[in-house]
Design a protein around this ligand. Sequence first.
Ligand code: F6R
Length: 369
Amino acid sequence: EKGGYDYFMLKEIAEQPKAVADTLLGRIDLAGNLCLDEVRIPASVLREVSKVVIVACGTASHAGMIAKYAIEHWTRIPCETELASEFRYRDPILDQRTLVIAISQSGETMDTLMALRHAREQGAKVLAICNTNGSTIPRESDAVLYTHAGPEVAVASTKAFLTQLVACYLVALYLGQVRGTKWGDEILSVIRELSEIATQVDQVLETMEPVRELARSLADKNTVLFLGRHVGYPVALEGALKLKELAYMHAEGFAAGELKHGPIALIEQDVPVVVVVPSPRGRSVLHDKIVSNIQEIRARGARTIVIAERGDETVAPYADHLIEIPATPTLLQPLVATVPLQVFACELATARGNEVDQPRNLAKSVTVE
Ligand code: F6R
C-alpha cells in the first residue's frame, strides 16, 4: 500500500506531479481557456462578486494566503484570507456579493465547516475546494471544485496542498476570464505555464538528495527559521509548519520585510535560516530586497539555506546551501518552492527517529473545534 516507500508521506510527496496534472485534467480546453462549468456558479453571479473571503485551517490556510495574491492580481477583486477558527467569532462583513472559498483536504474540518455555515447564513455564496468526494464541506457548499490528489494518508499534508494551490489558481484565473481584466494575455500564458508545472515538480523531486543530506546534518539543531515575501511568505509558513509537526522542532516563518522589526534578534551563530527567493525576473524589486536580507542575516552568523530559481547568480554567493528550483511565473512559484521544504521536514523527522506518518498529538482530520 505504501508502494515501496517507507512512509506514506514519501509516497505522497512523490505522487505530486501526477496529483497536479490530475487536478488540471479536463479543466483547460484545447484553445487554452478554462472550463470550470462543473463549479456551477453562473458567470453572471461571478461577475457580480465584490469581495472574496477564503477560510481554511493549517496547511490549507497557507494555500488560501497564496490564493489571495493571485485573485487580487488577476481579478482586481479584494480578497482576504482568514483562519476559519478566527473568522466566525469576529462578526465578519458578508453579503450576497461575497464569494467565500472554503479550502479543505478532508472536507470534515469542524472550524472550516462552521465558518462556511456562518457565511451562508449571511447570504454569501460558498465555493469549496476539497479533496474528499461527498464529504461534509462540499455537501454544505453552493459549489465545489475537487482537487484530484487521491487519498492522502500521512497526517502532514503534501500533495493535497499542491493541488489546493492548483485549484486556487484555476479559480483566480477563471474569475479573471469571466470578468475580463487587463491581464487577459497574462492569464492565457499562465494557463499554459500551469500545464508545465507537473514536469517541473518532477524535476525538483529528482534533485532532492542534497536536501536530504542537509536535513540529516541539522538533526541536533533546536531552531530553524524560514523567510519569504509575497507568495514566498506563506511558503515559509508552510515550511515551518511541516517542521514543527514532523520534526517537533521550533520553527518559525517570517515575512522577510519584518526581519528588522524584531525577528533579526533571533539570528545567532549557525542558526539555520531557510530563505525562499522570488524569481529575479518578474517582480525583481522583491528579489533584490530579499538578497539584501540574506546578506544581513549571514553577516550575523546565520547559516543560509537558499531556495532560488536555477541560474539566479546574484544570490548564490550568499547561500551556504543553495537549493535550485525551476523558473516559473512569480505567482506559481509556491508549487515548486514548497517541495524541498516537505522533503526537508520529512528527512529531519526520520533522522530524529520520529513517526513520520503519525506525528504525536495530531489527527488527520480535525472534527472538533
Ligand atoms: C498540516 C496539516 C493540517 C491541515 C489542517 C486542515 O500538514 O495537514 O494543518 O492542513 O488540519 O485540514 P483540512 O485540509 O482537511 O481541512
